[in-house]
Design a protein around this ligand. Structure first.
Ligand SMILES: Nc1nc2c(ncn2[C@@H]2O[C@H](COP(=O)(O)OP(=O)(O)OP(=O)(O)O)[C@@H](O)[C@H]2O)c(=O)[nH]1
Ligand SMILES: [Mg+2]
Length: 273
């Protein structure tokens, strides 16, 4: 008894907050949601942040936003956390979503207190970046590596809104193979959770299917000739001693090119048409 497990810590954090900022990767708006999020968050008020919108296929993202706006009361906002724009929009959405709660607190005649928010999401989706972006200074640790945030204080980001400076860590889960592949490609699964070559092969197939032209950077001339690891190894002269092709290096090149945006903006989840 009394032992702090990550799940208990999360539950304590959730109890203290009025609204959740659930961060999802805009390229994977369904796959990057914790499979148990409904169970974990219950009926808690939630604002969905679609982070890394600068890396997402704009047309598909707009389709998703239209779909959400038409069919649910859930609010979602796409954000690029690399630019200092949109804070006021997010804060006013949060205030809008908690208007009833604030009114109820006021009716109880309590000393008015700000609404409290906490950021949640899978590893590497941009939770710390969101906190920094809202707080406006580098406080939370940010890194391009899943799982770097450990260790809480409230920071006032608006007279009526406070933010917990530590994100809620969600319990680890396993994903089906298809989802795990997309998450690994977008670096939401830690590097030691997957085979680089396999992720690259599947990623290439995904890009060939959805964004075939993006693979032209590995073709000698633009077209639709097949691009597999062999072709990338040839195009980039990845050779092992003895002259055999180094497919493992080709796999790393592809994954880095993808993550650095060299293959363009993508959407990997199916948006209803
Ligand atoms: N291009 C782009 N990169 C982003 C954006 N937001 C975050 N990143 C990058 O994504 C990586 C992960 O961001 P973090 O804020 O550390 O993510 P986190 O969810 O706190 O990760 P953990 O603490 O490891 O769970 C970093 O390299 C960020 O620079 C964004 O809007 N656009
Ligand atoms: Mg973090």
């Amino acid at each position: 008894m009394g032992k702090t497990t990550p799940l208990r810590r999360l539950q304590e954090q959730l109890q203290a907050v009025d609204i959740l900022f659930e961060v999802l990767d805009a390229r994977l708006p369904f796959s990057s949601r914790h499979p148990k999020s409904l169970e974990l968050f219950g009926p808690k008020t939630k604002l969905t942040i679609l982070s890394k919108s600068d890396l997402a296929d704009e047309q598909e993202l707009n389709r998703l936003l239209a779909e959400l706006a038409a069919n649910s009361s859930a609010k979602a906002i796409p954000l690029c956390l690399k630019t200092q724009k949109g804070q006021n929009k997010l804060i006013s959405l949060a205030l809008e979503l908690t208007a009833e709660k604030r009114a109820a607190l006021a009716r109880r005649g309590l000393l008015p207190r700000p609404i409290r928010a906490c950021v949640v999401g899978l590893p590497n989706v941009g939770k710390s970046s969101l906190i920094n972006w809202l707080i406006g200074r580098k406080k939370a640790a940010v890194g391009d590596r899943p799982g770097i945030t450990r260790g809480n204080s409230w920071v006032r980001i608006h007279p009526q809104l406070e933010l917990l400076d530590t994100p809620g860590m969600l319990p680890p889960v396993s994903f089906d193979e298809e989802t795990a592949l997309k998450l690994a490609l977008c670096r939401i699964l830690p590097d030691d959770h997957y085979e680089v070559d396999l992720v690259a092969e599947k990623g290439l197939a995904l890009m060939a299917e959805k964004y075939p032209r993006s693979l032209d950077i590995y073709r000698s001339e633009p077209g639709d000739s097949e691009v597999k690891l062999v072709q990338i190894a040839e195009a980039r002269s990845c050779l092992l001693p003895g002259g055999r092709l180094d497919l493992h290096r080709a796999a790393s090149i592809f994954i880095n090119d993808f993550r650095n945006g060299k293959l363009g903006k993508v959407m990997f989840d199916e948006i209803k048409r």
